[in-house]
Design a protein around this ligand. Structure first.
Ligand code: PLP
Length: 473
């Protein structure tokens, strides 16, 4: 039987067993929506354990000392922190509140790293008071930190954020080049107050090859730091560890080929014939690569086994010889399989020119990342007897913001058995970024609730209640 809903150019989601069980129970889905409102974010963190295991296995095969820090910004629930901590992972935090929450949840200081792009003095102070490592971005930040060090008299542990000087790596706003760090540490007398315990970097994109290059660069910086009397212990290569939302590679490439073949203005695949940033038949760089060949363990294996720029040692050997721990900060890939967003259909209608529209009790910030679109087919759950009869339909999903371009997704969808007000639409695998990273309370609409599966029932994440209080000054 064909699905009740699929993209006109299909991009079929990979589903976890918990998602399939949930979707097979329309009564439960409806009850949850009635109790908690639409949209609703549902989490089951069991797959995080598998995702962690895949990475650890690859590191163990190379005898690499390895630690994982969940990138907190990818998901706002406390459930995510708790699950990562239960697995023995650390957490990478990007703000005062993220750090404070993790400390309150009992995450040990040495399993935390602060990587915030801009750090308030409150954040610096909280980290210093709790002996948490800060990823240092620039000299002004270092001087702010040294002021705090002078006042508190406590040790201040930092990882230097490295901006690669390698011409094969794109210019970055983050961190400083190795020679800038060495110059800073060599020049200012006061820098003796900083204990450099590691090197940190985070690259755009998902290239294993680029990470191997910068790992080698970071290890050269570590050698130079050791010569200066510092004792760095780790390199943290940040996030960007790939995952796949789609199992079918041919659907992914086929989608871009179909899109490229459409005449301008043809809306049979996307809203207003949107190319989503593509210029030809290749996947656009403006969207996440929703299908990737090497993910997690195999990807890490490729880095550890590689010999960047003809080095005689592999990356794993280079780390091991120096006794350096490899750290990473995956967000999306650890949350792979951990989240799903449910929304209720509000109406079915046509645009003024007759194009079918399905309106959801949801807005477009509630299933979106910085990508131009979420390129995964949602699933339709028909709930009971509809108010008006369902008839086969090919439509776009529109949302609650008062804007013509308020599309939940930019792609067109088929509903072979129709759709009606009261039905539910499920967006699979939204746990990493999609439900949280840009959600806004515009129009004074409330944010979606977050429920977590505690192995017995769905309960609201405590983070929801804390948030309102936290976010007002
Ligand atoms: C966003 C971010 C991450 C997580 O990236 P993913 O692509 O989700 O793995 C890790 N570290 C830093 C510094 C980041 O900014």
């Amino acid at each position: 039987m064909p699905p009740l809903m699929y993209g006109t150019a299909q991009l079929t989601a990979r589903l976890e067993p918990w998602m399939e069980d949930l979707l097979a129970d329309p009564v439960l889905c409806q009850e949850l929506i009635e109790e908690h409102g639409s949209p609703l974010n549902l989490h089951d963190f069991a797959p995080m354990s598998r995702n962690i295991g895949e990475l650890r296995k690859a590191a163990a095969e190379h005898e690499t000392d390895f630690q994982i820090y969940l990138a907190r910004k990818a998901n706002k629930t406390l459930g995510a922190i708790d699950h990562a901590a239960t697995e023995g992972c650390g957490v990478d935090v990007a703000s005062f509140h993220e750090l404070e929450q993790c400390l309150k949840r009992g995450v040990p200081a040495d399993l935390l790293i602060v990587t915030a792009a801009v750090k308030s003095s409150e954040l610096l102070k909280l980290a210093v008071d709790n002996d948490v490592v800060l990823s240092l971005d620039n000299v002004d930040e270092a001087l702010d930190l040294l002021d705090i060090e002078a006042q508190s008299g406590r040790r201040v542990r930092v990882a230097l954020r490295l901006a690669s000087s390698n011409p094969r790596i794109a210019p970055t706003r983050f961190g400083l080049r190795a020679e800038q760090w060495l110059q800073f540490l060599g020049s200012a007398e006061r820098t003796a107050g900083l204990e450099v315990c590691g090197i940190h970097f985070h690259l755009n994109g998902y290239s294993a090859e680029q990470r191997a290059l910068v790992l080698a660069e970071a290890l050269r910086l570590i050698d130079a730091l050791r010569d200066l009397g510092h004792a760095p212990e780790f390199v943290d290569m940040g996030g960007g560890i790939p995952m796949s939302y789609l199992d079918d590679a041919s659907q992914w490439t086929g989608f871009w080929e179909d899109l490229a073949a459409l005449p301008t203005g043809d809306e049979s695949l996307t809203w207003k014939s949107d190319r989503l940033g593509a210029t030809g038949t290749e996947p656009s760089g403006s969207v996440y690569p929703y299908h990737q060949k090497l993910i997690r363990g195999e990807w890490l294996n490729q880095i550890l086994a590689s010999h960047p720029e003809g080095e005689h040692e592999s990356v794993a050997q280079m780390l091991k010889r120096r006794g350096i721990q490899l750290r990473c900060e995956p967000g999306r890939t650890l949350l792979d399989g951990c989240g799903l967003t449910l929304a209720q259909v509000a109406f079915v209608k046509t645009r003024s020119d007759g194009l079918p529209l399905v309106g959801l009790h949801m807005n477009r910030t509630q299933c979106r990342s910085t990508s131009a679109d979420f390129l995964v087919d949602p699933l339709l759950i028909q709930t009971g007897a509809p108010r008006s009869e369902r008839a086969a339909l090919s439509a776009f999903l529109v949302g609650a913001y008062c804007i013509e371009e308020e599309l939940i997704l930019r792609r067109r969808f088929e509903f072979p058995q129709g759709v009606a007000a009261g039905d539910l639409v499920a967006f699979p695998n939204t746990g990493g970024y999609l439900m949280h990273i840009i959600e806004s309370g515009s129009h004074q609409l409330p944010l979606a609730r977050n429920l977590c599966w505690d192995n017995q029932q769905w309960t609201q994440d405590i983070g929801d209640k804390e948030r309102t209080k936290m976010l007002s000054r």
